[in-house]
Design a protein. Structure first.
Length: 596
């Protein structure tokens, strides 16, 4: 195993010189090898709601390499900075990357393999998740072979895909394959455990896999640190170069600077009780929400274990976030081709995501409603119930906004804000609209402006960006990052508590002179979430045209009929957007008030 491989070759930078490098002594095994014990192929089986593979296979982790939105963004990145796709593919196809099918061969004497566009990967979009399919996304072996430290004691950096993969033979050798690396897991086997109850493969208890730090490596993303420095450093609002890597997404950093990481909640803690926290006993990690525990008696990790073998102590591999839209696209594109029950898996993931958005992310209330002298005023309060900013994750095209509407006694609309046209995918930006989002751009030293547009149209060049024009996303509870240049709010001032922490809510004031209206008035407010804006999708398509990006088949010199094939990836994504509801926003929470 090569530990580090910093070099330049034909002008192409090594964007991933740290962490475990290709090639492994023990390649990552395919998910198909885990299916035997950890999945159930019966679409109607209750096991599909518990077993690790059965709950994983519809997730965005399992489909990180099938996601057409990802591929369109990779083409933009590679066009902006040739070869930087290496950096993206490291977390999206760890099996392909560690096999040397992306950029590096793992040997300093060999040239760089220019596979940063994904054209040298093995497998395909519709192939089952076997050892030879690099399109299997974030696989079982990748997560369950991770170490917190490198083989020479290198510290895990919790960012940028810098991950250490166990590549040594395990001391606890399994029955069927004793000479293989340990599969790390959160369960240990006490002395005297009957052999039939011990995993048949090499195993090792891991405290690390239970921690939030485990998630930080791929969920703190910055401009890549190459062998000769950061690709881009962050310029602050004063035009000063901070010499820090430009933050692209900082979900882990947001969590680490919240009360969820510092203080400790009881097992009975409910997200809806966030304003009245009970006694404190243990921290809320990423896994708490995204791999929730189940107390169901039917729950089990393996098909050959008795029912209820780990009831109340089994984490479900849901990995749900707010993205319920892309799984719909993947379901319709590939669901019936990969394996018989894959469509059901995508539907299950969609339901997980909707539950996360609508039941576990936010609270809304309409407050201080007043109507006097024909003037209506009210406030809408949004409370962030999550352990990170709301919304969080990859910022391009992702947003959340308030839609408010006031009806008179005859159901006539007398005031509205944040209206969205489902037919066109357009959001009307009125003078009172509140959109929660991050806008990153390129700093203009002449105008001292962080520019996010070109000729009046939004542009999205995440590998070229070096400044933050806007970040008004709602902080998590106990957020102490208000002075941290990587994660502090930009373009908004959130109230500060006496302990220097920001509040985890936002209040938007609305005022309107309604003239003569018939009472009573009905005031309603909704919080909506959208995975991808029209502006982002159109940019991906237009950029592929303006930059003469070839079709995927021409780029890769192949004749596939699946996926983009004879279209550019940007055009293909645009077509999926048209065919799948234009990323219709999801109503997260709503509230109503009556003015008599």
């Amino acid at each position: 195993m090569v530990l580090s491989n910093p070099h330049l070759n034909n002008g192409v930078l090594d964007f991933t010189p740290d962490g475990t490098q290709p090639k492994l002594n023990f390649p990552l095994e395919g998910v198909a090898d885990c299916n035997v014990c950890h999945a159930n192929q019966n679409p109607l089986s209750i096991d599909n709601t518990f077993l690790p593979v059965s709950t994983w296979e519809g997730s965005m982790k399992a489909n990180a390499m099938r996601d057409p939105l990802f591929w369109a963004a990779v083409d933009v990145a590679n066009n902006d900075v040739p070869g930087v796709g290496d950096y993206c593919l490291r977390c999206h196809t760890p099996s392909g990357w560690l096999a040397g099918n992306v950029v590096k061969t793992g040997n300093n004497n060999n040239p760089i393999i220019n596979g940063a566009n994904g054209c040298l990967l093995n497998g395909s979009f519709t192939q089952a998740d076997t050892i030879n399919n690099d399109y299997s996304g974030v696989t079982c072996h990748f997560c369950h072979r991770q170490n917190q430290l490198g083989p020479l004691g290198q510290i895990q950096k919790k960012r940028d895909g810098i991950i250490w993969v166990d590549d040594e033979s395990c001391e606890n050798g399994g029955v069927t394959n004793p000479a293989a690396p340990c599969r790390k897991g959160p369960y240990d086997y006490p002395l005297g455990t009957p052999s039939e109850d011990v995993a048949p493969h090499p195993w090792q208890f891991s405290e690390f896999i239970k921690s939030a730090d485990f998630c930080g490596s791929c969920h703190n993303v910055n401009s890549p640190e190459t062998s000769n420095g950061f690709a881009k450093t962050l310029i602050d609002s004063n035009g000063v170069d901070t010499q820090l890597a430009m933050p692209i997404e900082q979900t882990f950093n947001e969590w680490e600077n919240s009360l969820f990481a510092d203080l400790i909640f009881s097992d009975s803690f409910l997200l809806s009780d966030i304003m009245t926290i009970p006694r404190l006993t243990k921290s809320q990690t990423c896994q708490t929400c995204h791999m929730p525990k189940t107390a169901a008696s039917e729950a089990r990790a393996c098909t050959d274990k008795p029912q209820g073998s780990r009831a109340g102590n089994l984490r479900i591999h849901q990995f749900a976030g707010g993205n319920s839209w892309v799984p719909e696209i993947l379901r319709d594109l590939y669901g019936s081709s990969i394996q018989p029950d894959r469509t059901n898996s995508y539907n299950q993931t969609i339901n997980y995501a909707l539950d996360m958005l609508q039941n576990k992310s936010a609270q809304i209330s309409i407050e201080d409603v007043s109507f006097a002298a024909q003037n209506l005023s009210f406030k809408v309060k949004i409370i962030n119930l999550t352990g990170h900013k709301l919304p969080t994750g990859y910022p391009e095209g992702r947003r959340m906004w308030l839609r408010v509407e006031v009806l008179d006694a005859n159901d006539n609309v007398v005031f509205s804000s944040g209206q969205y046209n489902n037919l066109t995918g357009e959001l009307t930006v009125d003078n009172q609209i509140k959109i929660y989002e991050t806008k990153q751009g390129i700093y203009n030293q002449l105008t001292h402006i962080c520019e996010t547009e070109n000729a009046g149209s939004e542009v999205f060049h995440f590998v070229l960006n070096n400044c933050i024009a806007k970040d008004n996303r709602i902080p998590p509870l106990g957020f102490n990052g208000k002075d941290n240049v990587l994660i502090k709010p930009v373009g908004i001032i959130y109230p500060t508590k006496p302990n220097n922490q920001l509040v985890n809510y936002d209040i938007t004031n609305y005022q309107k002179n309604l003239g003569n209206v018939s009472l009573p008035l009905s005031v309603s407010a909704e919080l909506l979430y959208q995975t991808s804006s029209k502006e982002y999708i159109e940019f991906l398509k237009n950029n592929s045209q303006s930059q003469n990006v070839p079709t995927e088949n021409d780029m890769c010199n192949r004749s596939w009929s699946q996926g983009p094939s004879n279209k550019t990836r940007g055009e293909f994504m645009y077509n999926q957007w048209l065919q799948h509801g234009k990323s219709a926003p999801v109503v997260m929470v709503s509230s109503m008030n009556i003015v008599q």
